[in-house]
Design a protein around this ligand. Structure first.
Ligand code: KG4
Ligand code: ZN
Length: 331
């Protein structure tokens, strides 16, 4: 086998471990989701998340090794998410990975969760060739990057308030649709009319590559208050909200690529699983003569294979995480 990197991820509500060969092939990818633990609260409860990570981290790492058919002795390096994320959650994965590195005298690198989401693209059968523009949309982040090379990305714009996924989750919570809200709204919106309920497109024509989603969320709150007791379809509300989000994401990503003279686009992060976003982005890319890469859903949402893929690049570059290094909540 080639060089094997064991990746560990615990930044939010998923405990994950994976073995990746040569930074390109995931031999295993195990994700233990805590969604059911947090669902009754309508969002992630940080203290509960830390406890669940603590219970899951060792079995998940063992399962990743077994799934890849390798032993710890065959691993050549470790990669772990150092931030950003919930500090208590991050510390569990970081401590576990450091302990393994120390016990087995293995090299270890710390990886940014965001760099990981972009590195997920490298695990595809047909990865996008750098340079390309990447839209990273997740529950905590919404950014556009100029990816010069894997491991070398330049931020061109980001949200000034809520992340796109956060807006989905908050709207779902407002209407009591369930948690996490993104995939539920995605499904409901498919049965709705996106033109029936018009909502604002924040910062659509402000000329920057920055996003804002808190105003859109407030518009939904206002709409709901003004229509109490009136009949409207929740599917139409979901479709109208989603159309506003997708239009802003799509148009700014195309604008960013044009500014930088890039002809390739890629999606990353949990919201990249959104069916309407994938469809609208494919249409916009085709109209602009650009090529779009949309990874399979399992590579969009949080996983550790993406952390191992990003880590492989850092390990090769000779970077190392000091055993006394801390987790960084706002990395
Ligand atoms: O990347 P991710 O798994 O975790 C973070 O790093 O945040 O993204 C999770 C986010 C959540 O806000 C979730 O609601 C959203 O991605 N999401 C979706 C869909 N699937 C997940 N949003 C819209 N449509 C989806 N199909
Ligand atoms: Zn993520």
């Amino acid at each position: 086998p080639g060089r094997l990197v064991l990746g560990v991820e615990s930044s939010c509500d998923e405990t994950a471990a994976a073995v990746v060969e040569d930074g390109r092939r995931a031999l295993s990818s195990v994700v233990a989701s805590q969604v059911r633990d947090h669902a009754p609260f309508g969002g992630v409860v940080p203290e509960l998340a830390s406890r669940r990570h603590l219970e899951a981290v060792a079995p998940v790492i063992r399962a990743a090794l077994a799934g890849a058919g390798v032993t710890l002795g065959q691993i050549s390096g470790l990669a772990v998410t150092q931030g950003p994320g919930l500090i208590g959650s991050l510390l569990v994965g970081l401590s576990a990975a450091k302990a393994l590195a120390w016990a087995r005298d293995l090299p270890i690198v710390g990886v940014s969760h965001l760099e990981g989401h972009i590195a997920a693209l490298r695990l595809m059968d047909d990865p996008p060739a750098p340079p390309f523009a990447a839209l990273l949309v997740s529950g905590g982040h919404t950014s556009i990057y100029h990816v010069h090379d894997f491991g070398q990305m330049e931020e061109l714009g980001q949200t000034v308030d809520d992340a796109a996924g956060e807006a989905y989750d908050k709207v779902a919570k407002l209407y009591g649709l369930g948690y996490p809200g993104g995939v539920i709204i995605d499904r409901l919106a498919a049965g709705g009319d996106p033109t029936a309920i018009q909502l604002p497109r924040p910062r659509l024509r402000d000329g920057t590559l920055d996003f804002s989603f808190s105003g859109l969320k407030s518009a939904v709150v206002r709409f709901r208050q003004e229509h109490i007791g009136q009949n409207y379809r929740i599917e139409d509300l979901c479709a109208g909200f989603q159309e506003a989000v997708v239009e802003v994401l799509t148009s700014k990503t195309i604008a960013a690529a044009k500014q930088r003279g890039l002809t390739r686009l890629a999606l990353a992060g949990g919201v990249a699983a959104n069916q309407r976003l994938r469809q609208a982005m494919a249409q916009a890319a085709a109209a602009a003569g650009m090529e779009l890469t949309a990874p399979p859903v399992a590579l969009c949402t949080d996983n550790a294979a993406m952390i191992a893929a990003a880590g492989a690049i850092r390990l090769r570059a000779g970077l190392r995480l000091a055993l006394e290094a801390d987790a960084v909540s706002r990395l």
